[in-house]
Write a protein that binds this ligand. Structure first.
Ligand SMILES: [Mg+2]
Length: 172
């Protein structure tokens, strides 16, 4: 039996800028993320990023831009991430069942890593992240300050606080 933490990217692992983040110099890893990832890994979770990158379909940037940002992310967290899936589609160009709130990225990882969905968690800062998780029976934790309390069943301020919830250490 294997378990994983699915991680949205912008607003969870790196600072949400309110615009597409595709240049390495704009990609800023959030405080506390490397430590939280290390803790989760210590507890036996695969760490799997699932990120919508609709800017690729829109022609705003390329897959190579995304990969360069992911290299910076891996470097910052000691290469703790086991896999990074991206959904390059955007509904304004072409639809895709990979793009969240659909769940193909999660389904691929569940198959590849032989994951038990009810042992897995998704941490994201948008409801579409929670919806993608629900579709495959994965529990979600909604993070970020933009959602009022009560928006979702489980909420946390950031990945560090979500990690405490996952590891059963309460809110603090
Ligand atoms: Mg996000």
């Amino acid at each position: 039996m294997a378990k994983a933490i699915f991680l949205d990217r912008d607003g969870v692992l790196n600072v949400e800028r309110g615009a597409y983040t595709f240049l390495v110099e704009d990609f800023e890893v959030c405080t506390g993320v490397p430590h939280a990832l290390a803790l989760l890994k210590e507890h036996g979770y695969y760490l799997i990023v699932v990120t919508n990158q609709g800017g690729i379909a829109k022609g705003l940037y390329t897959k190579e831009h995304v990969l360069a940002c992911h290299e910076k992310l891996q470097h910052a967290c000691g290469h703790a991430l086991d896999a990074l899936y991206m959904a390059p589609a955007h509904e304004s160009v072409s639809s895709s069942i990979a793009r969240k709130p659909d769940s193909l990225m999660l389904e691929k990882a569940i198959a590849k890593y032989n994951l038990t969905p009810d042992q897995c968690w998704m941490v994201g800062d948008q409801l579409r992240d929670m919806q993608a998780a629900q579709k495959v029976g994965v529990k979600g934790i909604l993070v970020g300050g933009q959602h009022p309390a009560g928006t979702y069943a489980m909420q946390a301020k950031n990945l560090a606080e979500a990690t405490n919830l996952i590891l059963g250490k309460g809110q603090k």
